[in-house]
Design a protein around this ligand. Structure first.
Ligand SMILES: Cc1ncc(COP(=O)(O)O)c(C=O)c1O
Length: 354
């Protein structure tokens, strides 16, 4: 009997998440996920790095944890201490770092170490869906704080803390532990992330990390590539992303006119867009997908579903400039047909469907 014929359903325990959808390939115009710019993956540098590091240290792959122990490849942790000092003002040593499989595993380990069902945490209102889903699944109460260009709005945070105090609730975390990954700076498919924390916390997380170590080759290649090249790679990547963001904002202005509101973000690979209140982006998501355009509907990326109802989030790093222009034009056409906005597309007056 093949596994396809076997009925697993009576065996499944209660409380599992909904089953994953089968992957159907990327949409023709994909503005979702944290996918990066394919032309900015430093392929030649990574090839050189893999050759050099395997020739020098390949035999260490014979041991779990390489020759560096369970916290991850030491040279990578050493590179991170320099990067964290330069980019984030964090003073730490290699022993304060645990290498993990992407920042998603970092979130799992931090949450498993700190949270119990019924706890309360404070997070940014508009944030990564993977962080929201994890907390919801753990049965944790989320208090979302509205944002400004610097992060959480301090007045809103103070008010939320005051409110919780009045109700006798102590939040478990706000921004407690620094985590990061190489997904946005080098390549997400490598699945390399890190946690920075004192041993008292790291030792708890390490005890919960039961995968016998994150992929070693990726760590070795990253260390070999990043130590000499990271500082020059990132500004180049940023310039390319900035150009794509400009294309996206131009395309939105051209296709949606004043119907699309957004702020020019300081960095990153996502643009949040506000459409008129009558646009339901959960519905727009479905019809846009049918037309080949994948977007992130706002409510899946915010603690405040009503606030985010007419908002969407677009990743601009992966599509080409041409795909960005074409994809936004298709999106505007779908949105006009379904919601009557934008009434004008590309400066041509269109009659909205009633
Ligand atoms: C599709 C997807 N997976 C995972 C992540 C989380 O990041 P990491 O790759 O560091 O685990 C992101 C972040 O944007 C993402 O978009």
């Amino acid at each position: 009997m093949t596994s396809a014929q076997f009925d697993f359903s009576p065996l499944l325990p209660a409380g599992l998440p909904a089953p994953a959808a089968k992957w159907a390939g990327l949409a023709k115009y994909s503005f979702i996920g944290g996918n990066n710019d394919p032309d900015q993956v430093p392929v030649d540098g990574l090839i050189e790095a893999v050759n050099a590091v395997l020739k020098r240290e390949g035999k260490t792959l014979a041991t779990y944890g390489l020759a560096s122990g369970p916290q991850g490849y030491r040279r990578l942790r050493e590179f991170l201490t320099t990067k964290l000092k330069r980019d984030a003002g964090i003073n730490c040593v290699a022993d304060d770092i645990l290498i993990v499989s992407g920042s998603l595993q970092a979130l799992d380990l931090v949450n498993a170490t700190l949270l119990a069902r019924g706890d309360t945490v404070i997070i940014e209102r508009d944030t990564y869906q993977g962080a929201l889903n994890r907390l919801t699944r753990l049965g944790v109460n989320l208090v979302g704080i509205p944002l400004d260009r610097e992060g959480m709005r301090m007045d809103a945070l103070a008010a939320a803390l005051e409110d919780l105090k009045r109700r006798g609730i102590m939040p478990k975390y706000i921004y407690t532990i620094h985590i990061g990954s190489f997904s946005k700076s080098i390549a997400p498919a490598l699945r390399v992330g890190y946690i920075v924390a004192p041993w008292a916390a790291l030792s708890r997380m390490l005890a919960l990390k039961t995968d016998a170590g994150s992929g070693a080759l990726e760590q070795m290649v990253l260390a070999e590539y990043c130590a000499p090249h990271f500082a020059a790679h990132v500004p180049k990547l940023t310039r390319g992303l900035r150009a794509k963001l400009d294309t996206l904002m131009e395309a939105l202005n051209e296709q949606f006119g004043t119907s699309a509101e957004f702020e020019d973000p300081k960095g990153g690979i996502f643009l949040w867009v506000k459409l008129p209140d009558n646009v339901d982006t959960l519905k727009l998501y479905q019809s846009a997908l049918a037309a080949g355009v994948a977007i992130n509907p706002g409510p899946e990326w915010s603690t405040d579903k009503a606030y985010a109802g007419s908002r969407l989030r677009l990743c601009f790093a992966n599509p080409s400039h041409e795909q960005i222009r074409e994809g936004v034009a298709v999106l505007a056409e779908v949105c006009r047909k379904e919601f009557g906005v934008p009434a004008r597309i590309a400066n041509v007056e269109k009659r909205a469907r009633s």
